[in-house]
Design a binder for this molecule. Structure first.
Ligand SMILES: O=C(O)c1ccccc1N[C@@H]1O[C@H](COP(=O)(O)O)[C@@H](O)[C@H]1O
Length: 210
């Protein structure tokens, strides 16, 4: 079975409809003001409603305060909360107790030591998303990590990969890592925050062929 596909950073109803029509299994909405893909909570809630049950909807937060996390989850009611900052396992456990959503944790993978350090999320996060290490922004920069770090790794949690994936390299990334889920944002855009329907189609086609 081909991997699950999350198209992240959607900002318009058209982009939501396109991603679903073309076969995405998950979509992502970014609520993080420094991001060029940031959507306010009203817009995020509208996009979430538009998706309905056609696809799983992730809300991406980065080191959000307790207040903002509560407001965001209460307003948007996503299927998944994707924590993309330096959130602690303790904080994720609190959120997990309070909301009926899957908890995903993005982890910037630098070296084999990351695979040890991320064990602290075991039993708390429902999925680990391996991404390139954070730089000026914690994600969404189109930067790849060294996929060979995951080669032959025995995963103890559900997982996926993100970071610098494109229609041209996603098949190789899947072949090298065996990822059960791939997540893309900038690699299917014509400009930051603007999804390109042809690139989204090409990405989904490349994954479907795996
Ligand atoms: O998309 C963003 O702007 C963003 C901002 C802050 C944290 C994460 C962000 N995006 C996520 O980062 C990964 C990799 O993205 P890319 O494909 O390399 O552009 C992915 O999960 C995005 O959703």
């Amino acid at each position: 079975m081909p991997p699950l596909v999350k198209i992240c950073g959607l900002t318009t109803p058209q982009a939501v409809d396109d991603a679903i029509r073309l076969g995405a299994t998950h979509i992502g909405l970014v609520h993080y003001e420094p991001s060029q893909r940031h959507v306010d909570l009203k817009t995020a809630a509208e996009l979430r409603k538009r998706a309905g049950s056609r696809v799983k909807v992730a809300l991406l937060l980065v080191n959000a305060s307790q207040q903002l996390t509560g407001d965001a989850l209460g307003t948007v009611r996503p299927d998944i909360v994707q924590f993309h900052g330096s959130e602690t396992p303790e904080w994720l456990a609190v959120v997990k107790r309070l909301v009926p959503a899957e908890i995903w944790k993005a982890v910037g993978i630098k070296d084999a030591g990351t695979l040890e350090r991320m064990q602290k999320y075991r039993g708390i996060a429902d999925r680990i998303l391996f991404d390139a290490p954070a730089a000026a922004l914690p994600g969404g920069t189109g930067t790849r990590f060294d996929w060979s770090l995951l080669k032959n790794h025995r995963h103890s949690m559900d997982w996926g990969i993100a970071g610098g994936l494109t229609p041209d390299n996603v098949a190789q990334a899947i072949a090298e890592t065996g990822a059960p889920l791939v997540d893309v944002s900038s690699g299917v855009e014509s400009a930051p925050g603007v999804k390109d329907v042809d690139k989204v189609a090409a990405f989904l086609k490349a994954v479907a062929a795996c």
